[in-house]
Design a protein around this ligand. Sequence first.
Ligand SMILES: CC(C)(COP(=O)(O)OP(=O)(O)OC[C@H]1O[C@@H](n2cnc3c(N)ncnc32)[C@H](O)[C@@H]1OP(=O)(O)O)[C@@H](O)C(=O)NCCC(=O)NCCS
Length: 140
Amino acid sequence: MTTIRAATPADQPRIDAIRMGVRENVLSDPAKVTPEEVCWYREHAIFLVAEEAGEVVAFACANHQTGFIWALFVDPSHEGRGHGRALLDEALARLKGAGHAQAWLTTGAGTRAERFYRRHGWHDMGRSLDGQLAFIKTLG
Ligand SMILES: CC(C)(COP(=O)(O)OP(=O)(O)OC[C@H]1O[C@@H](n2cnc3c(N)ncnc32)[C@H](O)[C@@H]1OP(=O)(O)O)[C@@H](O)C(=O)NCCC(=O)NCCS
């Protein structure tokens, strides 16, 4: 069973390990994610972790000011068990609660994530400037 809760500073090593352990949407340069940015999401925005049997197995970050889903990452050995969906549903509920009518994100083309978003009602808006696929979802 998935438990969703707010991330704490103590979760960060496990979160970093999950981020660096994924096989798709790999972080090309770890320096692109700064500690300040991570801290901002944790202290001021939406930063959630999913736990299974007391272990953090996935995390998601969303920007309550812009409606942007900044991160959604599941430990590869825990994929396909509903953690991604549970985290995304909770992040979207919080964005809606913050007053957003839609959410948006970008992801790599041809990935499991692309298929996942399409199945869950996200609309393809074409390519962003960095070549990623851009998706939006209306928060009904
Ligand atoms: C894309 C990603 C977030 C999906 O996460 P996930 O936890 O595997 O996704 P879910 O388990 O919620 O859903 C995937 C499928 O697993 C299956 N599934 C879901 N819950 C399940 C359960 N309880 N039992 C068995 N199978 C289940 C379903 O087939 C589901 O498809 P559906 O939603 O159409 O029913 C994950 O694969 C990932 O982190 N990928 C690498 C990083 C990445 O690309 N992130 C996105 C960056 S933008």
